[in-house]
Design a protein around this ligand. Structure first.
Ligand SMILES: [Zn+2]
Length: 150
């Protein structure tokens, strides 16, 4: 049985991509932030466990890092990206399980990793505008805090 999605298709590209964790519990929050908070409808989604943590030079994520850089290279050329948004989120299972990081140390490492990730992306495309944000839970939802990576 087919399903007809009621959302109209628009072919124009926004020339922006977001790199974030694939955790489905925050997927709709990321969409809302990017589409409504940053004004980026139809942004390209680059989602994988740990998100930008896979661009920070960790030995535990070498394969992911290579794959992610290849994907970004493709999007930069094929979709003419001008802007990349990096998002880390609190209590990320990738940091806890793959990198073995305690919750107490996690945020500091995630913020440092955003700077490292931006550095690695700039090496493949120096002219891209790169910005970063940290998402944390509150009692009523998720707050996105800007993180300086320039
Ligand atoms: Zn995560």
């Amino acid at each position: 049985m087919s399903y007809a999605c009621p959302i109209a298709y628009e072919s124009g590209r926004i020339r922006a991509a977001a790199v974030y964790c694939s955790d489905g519990r925050v997927g709709e929050h990321f969409d809302d932030f990017l589409q409504n908070g940053l004004g980026l409808p139809r942004y390209d989604r680059v989602a994988l466990p740990g998100g930008p943590g896979c661009l920070a030079g960790h030995d535990e994520a070498k394969l992911e890092e290579q794959g992610l850089l290849d994907e970004l290279r493709f999007l930069i050329e094929a979709h003419e990206l001008e802007r990349v948004v990096l998002i880390q989120h609190a209590a990320c299972a990738f940091y806890r399980l793959r990198l073995g990081v305690d919750v107490e140390r996690m945020k500091a490492l995630q913020l440092a990793d955003l700077v490292r990730a931006a550095f690695h992306i700039r090496r493949i495309s120096p002219d891209l505008h790169i910005e970063a944000h940290y998402a944390r839970q509150t009692e009523s939802g998720i707050v996105f805090e800007p993180v300086a990576v320039e």
